[in-house]
Structure formats: C-alpha cells, structure tokens
Design a protein around this ligand. Structure first.
Ligand code: ZN
Length: 73
C-alpha cells in the first residue's frame, strides 16, 4: 500500500500536477495530461515512458469509417 504522505509529494513528471491513487496505479489529476503510472512492489513508477495515456485522449480524427464494416461479433 502506498503511504499517503508519499502521495502528497508525488507529482506527475510530465506536468508537475499531483497524482491520486486509483486502483493499483497513480493517475495524474491534470485532465489535459491524465497519465497513469504503474505501481510495482509498492513503489510508484513515476516515469513518463512507463506511463499509460488515458483512452479518452486517443485521437479519433480518422472518422467512423472502421465502424461501418459491420464486423461486430
Ligand atoms: Zn500529468
């Protein structure tokens, strides 16, 4: 378990915003950033290249073409 005092001092290395514990990872509270950092052996991995981007941030400027194929199973 992550110590709350540790959480207090942890910030997202990408944007310097505080992070919060969400399940088993730390999530940047900056909505424009929102990177998710894994926790390994109770140690937060505050590395940008280890972080996951939120799904919402994925760009969809390809349009809905791939959804028109009717390939739902
Ligand atoms: Zn951030």
């Amino acid at each position: 378990m992550i110590d709350e005092r540790l959480l207090e001092i942890l910030v997202c290395p990408a944007c310097r915003t505080k992070v919060r514990l969400e399940g088993e990872r730390l999530v940047c509270q900056n909505p424009a950033c929102g990177l998710r950092y894994p926790i390994r052996d109770d140690i937060p991995v505050m590395l940008i290249h280890e972080a996951q981007k939120p799904e919402k941030a994925e760009r969809r400027d390809q349009g809905p073409r791939t959804r028109d194929q009717g390939k739902e199973t």
